[in-house]
Every structure is written in structure tokens, then in C-alpha cells.
Design a protein. Structure first.
Length: 140
């Protein structure tokens, strides 16, 4: 990979759901790799890339307030055309550090990328949950 992943990229990642982490505090791995959206990246003074990753699912959430349905055009941009429909969860995220991650395959190809306009919609929906301080599941 020639450059780090960017905000809006859709990648494969073994996402660890908050309920899984709370159920078993020693659990480190998600059940399967799934598409995730890199919603935020910040490079610190040491050059490390801190990432927040939001999970994407083809299954409609039980509580519709937990996720945004991904519009068909954004599904195509994200490389998710094998899903008939898709939702991005906005109530939780995984936190990881790119250069130290045990979970992210840094050599993988990006599946696709959401548009800046749609990323802004996601950011606005996710911000209140991030501000509460309970949305983040640390993978470091």
C-alpha cells in the first residue's frame, strides 16, 4: 500500500461489536470480517494514524435509530453492490491505530469510498454518540 487509508474508505475489518466486548471483556476478535467505513483519521505527533471505524451491514437494524440506510449510489461508490441494501451503524465504532493494528490488513485494497456529502451526513448522525463517550470500542 502506497499511502495510508483515508476518511471515507470502505475496508474489510473484523469488527468487534460493543455488546461482544461488554459480554466478555477479554474478547479481542470480531466474529467475522465485515465492511467498515473509516469515519475519522487523525495523525499524532509520532506519525501514528488513529482511526474510528463504523460497521456496515446488509441486515436492517432492529432499532432504525441505530443506523443510516446507505443510498444506492453510495453503495456503488463503496463497492458494496453485492448487498441488495446496506446500513451503517452510527451508535458505536471501533478505535484502532493503523500502524499498530493486529486486526487491519494494511495491504488490502480499498473496496470503495463514500462521497464527502454522505460522509458529512454520517458524521452528523454519529457525533452525538461519540460525544457521549460510550460509542468507542478500543482495539489497541
Amino acid at each position: 500500500m502506497s499511502e495510508p487509508f483515508r476518511r471515507g474508505d470502505v475496508l474489510a475489518y473484523p469488527y468487534l461489536w460493543r455488546w461482544q466486548a461488554e459480554e466478555n471483556s477479554s474478547r479481542e476478535h470480531g466474529e467475522k470480517e465485515r465492511p467498515v467505513c473509516m469515519i475519522l483519521t487523525v495523525t499524532d505527533k509520532q506519525g501514528l494514524t488513529h482511526m474510528l471505524l463504523l460497521p456496515i451491514s446488509s441486515k436492517q437494524p432492529l432499532d432504525e435509530r441505530d443506523a443510516l440506510e446507505i443510498p444506492p449510489l453510495e453503495m456503488r461508490r463503496a463497492g458494496l453492490t453485492h448487498y441488495p441494501r446496506g446500513w451503517i451503524t452510527i451508535t458505536e465504532c471501533n478505535y484502532d491505530i493503523l500502524e499498530r493494528s493486529y486486526y487491519l490488513d494494511q495491504s488490502q485494497e480499498v473496496m470503495g469510498r463514500f462521497s464527502e456529502a454522505y460522509l458529512e451526513e454520517i458524521r452528523k448522525a454519529f457525533a452525538p454518540f461519540l460525544a457521549q463517550g460510550t460509542a468507542r470500542v478500543s482495539r489497541t
